[in-house]
Design a protein. Sequence first.
Lengths: 216, 216, 221, 221
Amino acid sequence: MEDFRQRIASRVAKELKDGDVVNLGIGMPTMVANYISEDIEVILQSENGFIGMGPIAKEDEIDKDLVNAGGVHVTARKGATFFDSATSFAIIRGGHVDITVLGALQVDEKGNLANWMIPGKRVPGMGGAMDLVVGAKKVIVSMEHTAKGKAKILKNCNLPLTAKGQVNLIVTEMGVMEVTDKGLLLKEIAPNISVEDVVNATEASLIISPNLKVME
Amino acid sequence: MEDFRQRIASRVAKELKDGDVVNLGIGMPTMVANYISEDIEVILQSENGFIGMGPIAKEDEIDKDLVNAGGVHVTARKGATFFDSATSFAIIRGGHVDITVLGALQVDEKGNLANWMIPGKRVPGMGGAMDLVVGAKKVIVSMEHTAKGKAKILKNCNLPLTAKGQVNLIVTEMGVMEVTDKGLLLKEIAPNISVEDVVNATEASLIISPNLKVME
Amino acid sequence: MEKVISMERVYEQLKDGMTLMIGGFLTNGTPEGLIDCLIKRNVKDLTIICNDTGFPDRGIGKLIVNKQVKKVITSHIGTNPETGRQMNEGELEVLLVPQGTLVEQIRAAGAGLGGILTPTGIGTIVEEGKQKIEVKGKTYLLELPIKADIALIKGSIVDTKGNVWYNKSTRNFNPIMATAADIVIVEAEKIVEAGEIEGSNVVTPSVFVNYIVGGEVIGRF
Amino acid sequence: MEKVISMERVYEQLKDGMTLMIGGFLTNGTPEGLIDCLIKRNVKDLTIICNDTGFPDRGIGKLIVNKQVKKVITSHIGTNPETGRQMNEGELEVLLVPQGTLVEQIRAAGAGLGGILTPTGIGTIVEEGKQKIEVKGKTYLLELPIKADIALIKGSIVDTKGNVWYNKSTRNFNPIMATAADIVIVEAEKIVEAGEIEGSNVVTPSVFVNYIVGGEVIGRF
């Protein structure tokens, strides 16, 4: 399980380029920060109101006035800046965030995303997710391929949507799928599993890339 | 002439209360600042982006980074603050300015104001006037009663409007008129002139207040 | 025009049924002293506008647990299970709003705008009952202003005129809420003389602030 | 990701027919060095978005006098008679916009909004051709976003990452314009190392800024 998460996070990190402004969602997406190449500088945006987020604060680094969007005490890199929530979402919705990485309850082959509520069960709210998904230039869903054996990558999401047609890339422990006009394109596959394994774990139709690579 | 302007400015100043946030337009309205009672604190807002404006800077007080909305070097009072134009107009349009004082080309008995262009002749632009007039809680027009003998207080403005029905009070060298549902109410009259003088210099109908006072 | 007041003076202004905005993000930048005042006063049937409902024992969560809230307009309730429980059992009305939309709605009220058009929420249940407007071939939701009777704000440094400076991530919703309420009360961590905060560094200009509590005053209540 | 560039690099990016936003208010906070670069490059048919057209010999006025401008979107032209003359003689298109509307339109573009509803201009010629929307019994104009190819900004202190601090009234339109263009170039009065401006005092965060000129660089062109 932990190994799955590391594989996903390290693969997502490869999508980031020097100078990118990136928002990492709570949970697994946060782990992506641990795998960013030291050769590039990525600017982490936290939607509660700052850019230039550093690693989680150690006990002696805790600043009571500095938390990330998950309420966790973090550090700030040199040149970090703070702003109000209106500016934070101007950055997000205005297209100034290059990549947002989020988890999902469901994604479908049209790039629809559901990650904010299960009616009658769990309704945490959308927080900043709806704005992030609409506003970021590239939306990456990072999640485990299935939930308790049930497919999460569907023909059509049946949970309430977070946004329609905004997802660009799905990274799971089984592979990397791009949302295209024609459907989901399986571009990379994890080592030691077969295309059939991925297809069986996916409700959506998958187009298998002629250049299918092994996921690193 | 100068005496007219002083009388108008000093009368307008009496409308200001302790704690009021006030925007004074370019020209004669600016003179109002010279007549504010020392017993009260009035906060002057300058729409180019600050509150707490002080008097015009003397030669040795000039700060190249500090001008008012007329581009004139001014001073700042203790506790003055600076902000961008979006915040400045959030303050203005959002109803956070208590009083705005402006000049006019024409005003009419419905409280319509024209002060930003004479088609084919002079088109300076509206600057911040349209927002100020719509947003301020109280709009005071301060101007000479007539222009070269022609009435400026009309039944209906015929120049392009700055705003419709937003003027609350008109102060001229001849008197003080309040815009009411029933029309213009002449509340005060300058010393040594008659009601007839005011009526003759005004195209709009005037309701003469039963409590007509002498303008101080 | 003395703006620095005691908690007793705040206490007197609170009434049942009021609409309050309360700043903070998962309690970071939340005015806990003012929330304690609300709890002590035990005002009921409040409508609260806030980013999130905090935790059961911290921030706005305390008001929920104490059953003082009738309705909450917020973007996230996941950190406070009591909010979800009261919602599911019909004790509390919860209106969930995307965070970026919520802050723009508050800003619109403060800035005298009639609303804003946002692409956020299109194609989701957020669009239900709202006017859609097309601009240059793209569809937007018309979102309306949200204002409050009182905004309760937390400031790191506040001068006696009411100018506010916020440290780091405590800023969040505070400066925007400070523009959109009839009465704005700031809980100051530190109160300084007017002019001690450099004018170009002030975030919330004094014109938005009616009252200041805190500094030495905190704890005297 | 070196953002500090020479004026030569700015020079190369300028093209005829571009839409530019230029900061400043009656030349206070206007990037004069960048305007001189535009004049030296002599790019033509520009559309300029700005608060005002400055003076004939200062600020944006120099571009007008030099006949480089095809259209100007602005709130005030009264301080530059040449703008009025060119407008009256049909040489220059002038779109006059209320100042508060103009800055909100720019902000809307930068913030990804499809537009904003303002009461300003209702009942005047400003409303001509615009959609009116009624909200809670009050009528508003729908004003659409305005964006640019390049924004030219003036900053008092800029760090090497592109964080900007503005001194006093030089701020005006600069921070808003910095959000609403494909390329944002800041003319810095002083360039400092990243981290030298306290993070809570930065007005324009580095993410909005593509290039920085000035500091020592000024005058080397």
